[in-house]
Write a protein that binds this ligand. Structure first.
Ligand code: AMP
Length: 383
């Protein structure tokens, strides 16, 4: 009997536990919050990621460890690595925790990135804005996610720089800061990829994503840009995976501008833009992650039809309009509603882009979410 330990007990851990059940796996989740939603399906150790007693108990009850949350302190990941196999490795985890290290690696590997500069103090912000130009985005180097810890500068007036520093300057000692050029992208895409312990590498079809206020709102697969673009995105993901000796699933998020790709960031874990793989692919990202970290053969990442995932933020809508669709799938994470919180998602799957556009139209109207489905329908109809 193999027990997989998961650091972090959110919806990703929960969906991993559900995907691992048919493989006969057991799970143990470590989270600082007792009502973390993965705890509804797996036993938990409640404690902070830096609490050595909690980590020791966790390590003593598992055969292997992985993550649902990438901001686990590097020391804790290393401490665990000395006791049990941990995938992905702490180096890959540590690198993706720091936007500056991550973008520097992209650049070293020849993967295009928006211009960026480290900002160490207020004068550094002036210098970075002078070099990069506006519009640009000031971001925390560490601990930012879903658009949190970001400030957009539309111009280089003194008031704008003051406002940016007022918003994030206090973070400089704790998280570091980075200034990035703003990319007026035509589309955001992601590649979800998996690499096995033996180096076998697979990707799911390229995914198109739409964000609202920095948070993922909808994903569409396949994205159906040119085959050349998909090959380029896949090649970048493979280069990164090999350079980091990565084992497991990760997502590479990219901007598409003037027919070219630019990397934004890597998420060293199963990813929200890959949730559609549960019903839309031969093997889901969750099951392939487990197969990869356990050294089992990877499953096919072949897609079945066309899929759109809609995120539910804040509160769950009525399930019936989605459940009434033959290709409709509902995921309620069992969380308390709270503004800005990811509480669930739906995946709509159909055999053709036209059928998917019609289904999304019906669901969007029934749930009063026309704005959320509109850009996806437009992308499907432009094919
Ligand atoms: P991040 O936390 O870096 O993934 O940012 C969240 C979202 O903010 C991205 O998915 C984009 O929609 C937007 N964003 C972040 N960085 C940039 C950038 N350099 N240029 C344009 N949009 C950006």
């Amino acid at each position: 009997m193999t027990t997989v330990g998961i650091l972090g007990g959110g919806q990703l851990a929960r969906m991993m536990a559900l995907a691992g059940a048919p493989l006969g796996l057991r799970f143990l989740v470590l989270d600082s919050v007792a009502d973390a939603c993965a705890g509804q399906f797996a036993p938990m150790v409640v404690g902070d990621y830096t609490d050595e007693a909690a980590l020791a108990e966790f390590a003593s009850r598992i055969d292997i460890a992985t993550f649902d949350f990438e901001n686990v302190p590097a020391q804790s990941a290393q401490w665990l690595t000395d006791r049990v196999p941990v995938f992905p490795n702490p180096r890959a985890l540590g690198l993706t925790q720091d936007r500056l290290a991550e973008k520097t690696l992209f650049r070293e590997l020849g993967i295009p990135v928006p211009d960026f500069m480290d900002v160490a103090d207020r004068a550094g912000l002036d210098a970075a804005v002078a070099k990069i130009g506006t519009p640009c985005i000031l971001k925390t180097r560490r601990l930012g996610y879903d658009g949190k810890g970001q400030f957009r500068l539309r111009d280089d007036r003194a008031e704008t720089l003051d406002a940016a520093w007022h918003a994030l300057g206090a973070q400089v000692g704790r998280t570091g800061l980075i200034l990035e050029a703003f990319v007026p992208f035509e589309a955001e895409v992601s590649v979800v990829a998996v690499r096995g312990r033996d180096g076998e590498f697979r990707t799911w079809p390229l995914i198109r994503n739409w964000h609202v206020d920095g948070v993922l709102s909808a994903s569409l697969a396949p994205a159906e840009f040119s085959a050349g673009l998909e090959a380029q995105a896949t090649a970048h993901a493979r280069t990164l995976a090999e350079s980091l000796d990565y084992v497991g699933v990760f997502a590479l998020e990219l901007f598409l501008r003037d027919g070219k790709l630019m990397a934004n960031e890597i998420a060293p874990r199963v990813h929200n833009s890959g949730h559609w793989t549960i019903e839309g692919a031969e093997t889901s990202q969750f099951q392939n992650h487990l197969r990869a970290v356990l050294g089992l053969p990877l499953g096919s990442t072949r897609m079945v039809g066309h899929a759109c995932m809609l995120n539910w933020i804040g509160a769950m809508p009525d399930a019936k309009p989605v459940l009434s669709e033959s290709g409709g799938h509902w995921h309620d994470y069992g969380k308390e509603p709270r503004a800005g919180r990811k509480v669930g998602h739906a995946t709509l799957r159909e055999d053709s882009p036209q059928a998917l556009a019609e289904t999304l139209q019906r669901v969007g109207v029934a749930l009063e979410r026309v704005d959320q489905v509109a850009p996806v329908i437009e992308a499907l109809r432009s094919r």
